[in-house]
Write a protein that binds this ligand. Structure first.
Ligand SMILES: Nc1ncnc2c1ncn2[C@@H]1O[C@H](COP(=O)(O)OP(=O)(O)OP(=O)(O)O)[C@@H](O)[C@H]1O
Ligand SMILES: [Mg+2]
Length: 214
C-alpha cells in the first residue's frame, strides 16, 4: 500500500468551515479512486451525521469516529487507507494538538473577517510548536465562505498572511448554497450541478499537488 497521508482541518473558531471542507476534500480524493477515510474527531459528530444522511449506495468515503485524543495515533495506524482526512472540533486544544502531531498537512479555514483571522492564532501556534521541535508539516490558511463582492473580503484576502505565520492558499472557497445543501443531503458538491464549487475543490487539490504537499 502506498504511504499514508494525513490532512487535518483545524481552527478553534466554530463554524469556520472545517467539516464542509473535510467532507468535500475527502470525497474529491475518493472519487479519484484513492482509498480515503474521513475521521470525525469532533464529539459534535458532523461528519458522522453527514454520512448517516447519505443515500444508500452513495459513492462517498467512509467516516470513522475517533474522539479520544490519546487513541488517535494507534487507531489511525490500524486504518487501511492511503489518505486520512481529519475533521477536528472547535475549542479542543488537546485533540487538535494530537492531530497536528500526526498530520502531514494542516489546513486552517478562515472566513474573511478580522475576527476569524484573529481567532486562528491558536491553530497557527499548534502548527508552529510542531515545527519548533523539528516536526515536519505543511500548513496554510484557506479562505472560506468568501463573497468576492465585499470590500472587506478583498482587503483581507490581499493582506499580508505571512505576518500570521503561514501562507494563504491561492484557491478560495466561495460562499455557495451548494455546500450547505449537499452537506445536509449527506452528499458533496460533486453530487450537485454547481460546477463552480466542484472546480474550486478540484483546484484546491491541484494546488496542494503543485506545492508538492500531496
Ligand atoms: N463555502 C460555504 N458556502 C456556504 N455555506 C458554508 C460554506 N462552508 C460552510 N458553510 C456552512 O457554514 C456552517 C458551518 O460550516 P462547518 O460545519 O463546515 O464549520 P465547522 O468549522 O466544521 O464548524 P464547527 O466548529 O461547529 O465544527 C454550516 O452550516 C455550513 O453548511
Ligand atoms: Mg465541524
Amino acid at each position: 500500500m502506498s504511504i499514508l497521508k494525513i490532512i487535518a482541518l483545524l481552527n478553534e473558531k466554530g463554524g469556520s468551515g472545517k467539516s464542509t471542507l473535510s467532507i468535500n476534500i475527502a470525497t474529491a480524493l475518493h472519487r479519484r479512486g484513492e482509498k480515503v477515510v474521513l475521521i470525525d474527531a469532533d464529539p459534535q459528530g458532523t461528519a458522522r451525521d453527514w454520512r448517516e444522511a447519505s443515500p444508500e449506495n452513495a459513492d462517498l468515503p467512509s467516516v470513522v469516529a475517533l474522539d479520544r485524543p490519546e487513541l488517535l495515533l494507534s487507531s489511525i495506524k490500524a486504518i487501511a487507507a492511503n489518505w486520512v482526512i481529519i475533521d477536528t472540533p472547535a475549542k479542543a486544544e488537546r485533540m487538535s494538538a494530537n492531530v497536528i502531531r500526526i498530520a502531514n498537512i494542516a489546513l486552517i479555514p478562515v472566513q474573511p473577517s478580522a475576527a476569524d483571522v484573529w481567532a486562528s492564532a491558536a491553530a497557527v501556534k499548534l502548527v508552529q510548536s510542531k515545527i519548533d521541535v523539528g516536526g515536519q508539516i505543511h500548513a496554510a490558511f484557506i479562505a472560506t465562505r468568501v463573497s468576492g463582492q465585499t470590500k472587506l473580503s478583498k482587503e483581507i484576502l490581499a493582506g499580508n498572511w505571512n505576518e500570521y505565520g503561514l501562507p494563504l492558499m491561492a484557491t478560495a472557497i466561495a460562499n455557495r448554497v451548494s455546500y450547505a445543501q449537499s452537506l445536509s443531503d449527506g452528499l458533496s458538491v460533486f453530487d450537485t450541478t454547481d460546477q463552480a464549487a466542484k472546480v474550486e475543490i478540484d483546484a484546491l487539490i491541484t494546488e496542494l499537488e503543485t506545492k508538492g504537499w500531496l
